[in-house]
Write a protein that binds this ligand. Sequence first.
Ligand SMILES: C[S@@+](CC[C@H](N)C(=O)[O-])C[C@H]1O[C@@H](n2cnc3c(N)ncnc32)[C@H](O)[C@@H]1O
Length: 243
Amino acid sequence: MALFMIGIGLNDEKDITVKGLELVKSADIVYLESYTSTLNVPISNLEEFYGKKVILADREIVENGVDKILEEASSKNVAFLVIGDVFSATTHAGMLMDAKEKGVSVEIVHNTSILNVVTETGLFLYQFGKITSIPFNYSDVKVPVDVFNDNYEKGYHTLFLFDLNPSEKKFLKVSEVSKYLILKGISGDLICVGCARMGGVDQEIKVSKLKDFVDFRFEKTPQCLIIPGKMHFLEEEFLERFK
Ligand SMILES: C[S@@+](CC[C@H](N)C(=O)[O-])C[C@H]1O[C@@H](n2cnc3c(N)ncnc32)[C@H](O)[C@@H]1O
């Protein structure tokens, strides 16, 4: 009996690791946390590939139903799947702590995350500063701009993650976020990197000035935005490919 906390990667049913798949196959109950990210395939693909029924766990189930999941994990094997890596969204650290406190045994399997896949842009992970998130109701929110200013002053790159609500197919887009950042005083002339549906064969990366993103539409979601800080010449050379 245990709780298996398993990252399943960013794209489709086959991004799970061999270790993760073995644990899913041995699980009595399989949950998929479905509100902090989204895959490029329907849940039925996961169910077919794993040979298991997958229960969608929305915010309500995860935040108010942790006790139930941990209770189940004290007498059964319960797999809790997270898109990307398990702990790249802050949300799931609480579940791990609760499990430890209740004496539930936990096995963790990591996977790739948006936090490291952004390196496909050519920007060095070591040069990123604090990450910041932009909520749907951003009009009175200043924190992302403060985080950017602080990072930029130190020469660090800033990764902006966006709010999303996959069950209602609602996703903040690079165009809307660019408009917000300019309105809050960030220069529209800064070179930025927009990313959409990273980790899939149809991922999109575009380098442009912030102001040019206001009217630019990526085909896919989810999306995120990077404003590079001080760049090594190799990073600059790499970004040229996406102009
Ligand atoms: C809470 S984070 C997801 C964390 C996830 N557990 C992980 O490890 O990737 C969700 C936000 O990250 C960004 N994101 C997630 N997956 C993405 C992808 N494949 N391409 C572009 N942005 C992505 C979007 O801004 C999205 O709204």
